[in-house]
Ligand binder design. Sequence first.
Ligand code: SF4
Ligand code: SF4
Length: 391
Amino acid sequence: MVSKHLSKVAAYKCEQYDTEKIKTVFRKASQKIDFDLSSMRNMRVAIKPNLLRDSSPGKGVVTHPVFFQAAVQLVKENGGIPILVESPAVHSLDRVFKKTGYDEIIREENIEVSDTSRVKVVYNEHARRFKRFELAADAVDADMIVNLPKFKTHGITYITAAVKNLFGTIHGLNKSQWHLRASTKEEFATILLDLYDAYIHHMDKTILNLVDAITALEGEGPGPSGSPKSMNVIVAGLDAIAVDYVLSKLVQIDVNLVHTVKMGDSRGLGQGREEAISILGDPVDLLQVMDFKPTKSSLSSDMMRWPFTSPVMRSLFVQRPVPSEEKCTLCYQCKSICPAGAISSAAEGEKIPAYDYKKCIRCYCCMEICPESAIDLKNGKLQWMFTIVST
Ligand code: SF4
Ligand code: SF4
């Protein structure tokens, strides 16, 4: 359980994807955060990496397979029974495993892979707003979760790390439907926090968060439009809010922009304030990254309240996704992921899909999924006003 008073987060330098070196960090970090690894004995442990899509590990989009392997071995060495739980948004798991190099690790470690189409309904009557979730049954049934996020930028949540990674336990395409239910970034954060609340309080799960920030993703993450960034850091903690706070601080991100941290702290789901977190491990000075590039798409994040969610106001004030004619191959992965039905086939003679910006809810799922990094963000006509306000 997360401490009500002080959360311990451990952060260590790690410059290589080397199984033994990563395991050494995991052991040191577990000790620092008071997690007894032997408590995993005979437990069914759901291991949840971030396998957003079919991307080679060097691109910084997925949790590195060696990082995953280190976690699997750690669980096994301590008597736990690991099961891989992940449900990519569009591609099949087989395709994702092949491209990310997970297939080899799964074979080598002989690890069970969850069938995430097998779902269980979790109803958390104490949730702030979203009480009902359909989640991967193996995540629900597991005795504990080892959460292995990739640290990345994100157009809606600003960063994606420990809290956001649990969203991947919602089955495949159902994830994009959730975007329709949230008309603001704060509402989307509410969904993520209600889900986190369901795990830690309703299901009473222990979640060991081990974040892969050895190679992170900066710029227009969390998909191929972002750029890999060497941070050479592993961050660990039992409080996902505190872990995300520490990661934000390490890259000089204003945590007030990270709604999951700010709102998670005020809801009492974890600690999101400096004075409530004990940062252990290597000195923070050694771990800080001073030139990390945040996403552009969150400039207006705090201003995304009604009436900015109406189609007209959105078109004036919120960045819209625009495919490039040079890069687009008309694969239509964007069309299949779009939860709002805002994308249709290219008109005759056109080289890009047709976007209906009146329907577009600016969830940026299309950008996340585009295999060609062909989608860029264009400012709304009056968005310059925010630049003036924020400088
Ligand atoms: S914008 Fe990207 S995802 Fe959409 S059709 Fe073009 S290449 Fe495919
Ligand atoms: S067009 Fe792209 S950003 Fe707009 S709703 Fe569809 S997937 Fe989301």
